[in-house]
Structures are given as structure tokens and as C-alpha cells.
Write a protein that binds this ligand. Structure first.
Ligand code: SF4
Length: 78
């Protein structure tokens, strides 16, 4: 799955939403989140993010590693 990290917080550019073929990017409070079970790893969202907030799960920068769980946890709470 792809993961949205800290640069998205309080920005919510949402360019990614239009690119996602399975509509698995959701708005939640201060940032956007990718549903880990719905993402098909197409990678279409990553290059359109103006702040490079989106990463493949294995490529999430160390300082933002908590966002992998944060994306998944967001949907657990729904
Ligand atoms: Fe959607 Fe593809 Fe991005 Fe996954 S990688 S969130 S399927 S656009």
C-alpha cells in the first residue's frame, strides 16, 4: 500500500484523489489517508502530490514511519 505522510497535514491539496483509480484516498481531519486494503499499489498518486507526501510503504522516510500505522488506524476507527 501507499502511505500519506506529514507534508499533507493542514495542506490537503487533494490532487491525489483525482488520480486514484479505485478511490481509496479519503479526507480525515487534518490530512488525507490511503485505505491500506483498497490501495492497488498503482503509484498514480505519488507524482502528483505537490509536497511529496505520498510514499510506497517500504519507502516511507524514517522520520515519518508512524504514518504507515496512522493511515491504517484511521480506517480502524471508522
Ligand atoms: Fe490509489 Fe494507486 Fe495511490 Fe493506491 S497507489 S492510493 S490505488 S492512486
Amino acid at each position: 500500500t501507499y502511505v500519506i505522510a506529514e507534508p499533507c497535514v493542514d495542506l490537503l491539496d487533494k490532487s491525489c484523489i483525482e488520480e486514484c483509480p479505485v478511490d481509496c484516498i479519503y479526507e480525515g481531519g487534518r490530512m488525507m489517508y490511503i485505505h491500506p486494503d483498497e490501495c492497488v499499489d498503482c503509484g498514480a498518486c505519488e507524482p502528483v502530490c505537490p509536497v511529496e507526501a505520498i510514499y510506497y510503504e517500504d519507502d516511507v522516510p524514517e522520520q515519518w514511519s508512524v504514518y504507515t500505522k496512522a493511515n491504517a488506524d484511521f480506517f480502524e476507527e471508522l
